[in-house]
Write a new protein. Structure first.
Length: 341
């Protein structure tokens, strides 16, 4: 009888090194990524500490409590608890500020505060509620940096004990102007704002605007930033001005568009002129009367003046709003005190 050898597989068994190599590679990649992530969240903390030190050099007291790092592996999230900023004129505090970034790209950092933010300005207390809002700071090739703010899906509310303003939608962009002499000093800044469904409550009065938009360039002399007179900014040294490229608002059937240049006089009040175009002023006057900005007697005077102006302008009222000597005037009629900064 002839015995045949069984036809077993004669190839070599897979190398143990080949089996372990993918696992080892994964461990190396994981470790390297964790190192990048850890360095990133520590960089966020370093940036924060540098900001606190810079704030102190400008007489701003800045501090935070505990710092926590979260979000591994895909997101760097630094949480700064009990943030407080203050000087002689203002204070800001909130329970926690969240700072988000991608581990491999720190050119865009996003800030948010889901809980109430408390602000005190010259003795007046305010509360900002913006739980879904995001503020991003980004590097920009031409402008150096850019700040963008969006309130997300939840309305933003700014309130104090007597008044409040809410907006269903709020977008704000801030960046050095393209012709700014020094983006780091921010001597010339472009600001744009878009808001919709604004509701204002002043004491027992309230009113609503459908939309509000603005595009403004602010300029100042950086050398005047630290100049003070009786504890207030020295506006003459600061040489602050606002070039208003456009302010547009709509409420009901009213449409208002404004542009011009405003400055801050030595008393801290606005001074200058704004060219204005207004159609269907009735709803806008209703809003101003609703919030108490225009008294009923003045409303009657403005109705008459605007009716004549509308007839002369073919339905469009073209006039100047003048801020001078502490007053705001339309058609030469004093309508309010000029805002003080």
């Amino acid at each position: 009888m002839i015995r045949r050898e069984s036809n077993q597989h004669s190839g070599k068994a897979p190398s143990r090194v080949l089996l372990l190599a993918p696992i080892g590679l994964a461990v190396v990649i994981f470790g390297a990524w964790y190192a990048v992530w850890s360095k990133g969240v520590e960089t966020i903390r370093t940036y924060a500490d540098e900001f606190l030190a810079e704030s102190s050099s400008h007489s701003i007291n800045a501090e935070y409590g505990a710092y926590h790092a979260r979000g591994f592996p895909f997101l760097m999230r630094g949480v700064f608890e009990d943030l407080n900023l203050s000087n002689d004129e203002f204070s800001y505090s909130t329970d926690a500020v969240i700072v988000d970034a991608l581990p491999y790209d720190l050119n865009r950092i996003i800030f948010s505060a889901q809980k109430e933010q408390h602000l005190n300005v010259r003795g007046m207390d305010f509360v900002l509620r913006a739980p879904d809002s995001r503020l991003s700071v980004e590097r920009h090739d031409q402008r150096g940096w850019m700040v963008k703010t969006s309130n997300g899906e939840v309305p933003v509310e700014f309130t104090n004990s007597q008044s409040s303003v809410t907006a269903a939608r709020l977008l704000i962009n801030v960046a050095p102007a393209e012709d700014s002499a020094d983006p780091e000093l921010a001597d010339k800044i472009d600001i744009s704002l878009t808001a919709s469904e604004l509701a204002a409550i002043l004491s027992d009065r309230s009113g609503t605007l459908d939309t509000l938009g603005a595009s403004v360039t602010l300029t100042h002399d950086p050398a005047g930033l630290n100049q003070r007179i009786d504890g207030r900014p020295d506006w003459q040294s600061l040489n602050a001005a606002a070039e208003i490229h456009g302010i547009e608002l709509a409420t009901g059937g009213s449409r208002l568009a404004m542009n011009g240049v405003l400055r801050i006089d030595r008393t801290g009040r606005l001074a200058g002129r704004l060219s204005t175009e207004l159609t269907n002023p009735s709803d806008l006057l209703d809003f101003l009367e609703d919030i108490g900005a225009v008294k009923p007697r003045l409303r009657s005077t403005l109705d008459g003046a605007m009716t004549l102006a509308a007839i002369a302008g073919g339905g469009v009222i073209r006039t100047k709003v003048e801020f001078k000597d502490g007053d705001a005037r339309i058609f030469g009629i004093r309508v309010a005190a000029a805002p003080r900064i």
